[in-house]
Design a protein around this ligand. Structure first.
Ligand SMILES: [Mn+2]
Length: 237
């Protein structure tokens, strides 16, 4: 039996769905290679718990975890007082992240942003450090794994900006890639790509963000050998 590669993206605090999906695919940490494409936090109810779990999985089983734009924004939120970062954090589901970190601290004022920053720096600096050092991509012989995509304007995609790796949409989705490897990505909800939450096979690219935190589903792409895929999903709870 070939070893499996399993790919999951955009968990966004959906801890129960993540656990359920791992059970459905019968994830075996010692046998399977698991690759997570970023955006662990925001929107869903269990951001803190998902980060804890992913940290443990990386440490114990060598799971590959890539950085998403939400993960970077959380770091930026804590390390700066940039009002734009703050408003984007709140606009894109940050309130639930905040609650997942401070819910047991009710009665104090940690939900006030500056207190929250101090609180996270004091109690969760290990989370910040973990998120900060996550790689922007993972490359194999036949595949490139990335949160958002590759910018086709770069002949050498490794020279694209960090922003492209975690934010790009149209330029990546609408044009052929500049690599022979298949690009597996999350970030753009599949409903916005092909009108449904199922995994999208777009020739040189495969999208897997089922939009779980937006009421759709969490997908897992299984690769047994080159171009031999199976798909699994759980509905948003
Ligand atoms: Mn994203």
């Amino acid at each position: 039996m070939n070893a499996r590669t399993l790919v999951i993206s955009d968990i966004h605090g959906c801890l129960d769905e993540f656990n359920k999906l791992l059970k459905i695919v019968k994830y075996e940490p010692k046998l399977d290679k698991l690759i997570l494409l970023g955006d662990y936090i925001d929107n869903g109810g269990y951001s803190k718990e998902v980060v804890d779990k992913v940290m443990n999985m990386v440490k114990e089983f060598g799971v590959i975890a890539i950085k998403g734009n939400h993960d970077q924004r959380f770091i930026d939120l804590i390390n700066s007082k940039d009002k734009e970062v703050e408003s984007k954090f709140i606009k894109h589901g940050g309130h639930n992240t905040l609650l997942s970190y401070v819910e047991k601290q009710q009665g104090d004022n940690t939900t006030e942003m500056d207190s929250f920053r101090r609180y996270i720096k004091k109690k969760y600096s290990h989370h910040l450090k973990f998120l900060e050092q996550l790689p922007l991509y993972h490359e194999e012989d036949d595949y490139i794994y990335v949160h958002a995509g590759l910018n086709p304007n770069f002949k050498n995609w490794k020279e694209q900006s960090e922003h492209d790796f975690i934010y790009i949409r149209e330029a990546f989705l609408n044009y052929p890639t500049v690599t022979n490897k298949t690009v597996i990505f999350g970030h753009t909800k599949l409903r916005d790509i092909h009108g449904k939450a199922d995994i999208w096979f777009g020739g040189d690219k495969i999208g897997i963000d089922g939009g779980c935190a937006y009421g759709h589903q969490l997908n897992c792409l299984e690769i047994r050998e080159k171009k031999k895929y199976r798909m699994y999903s759980v509905n948003s709870i």
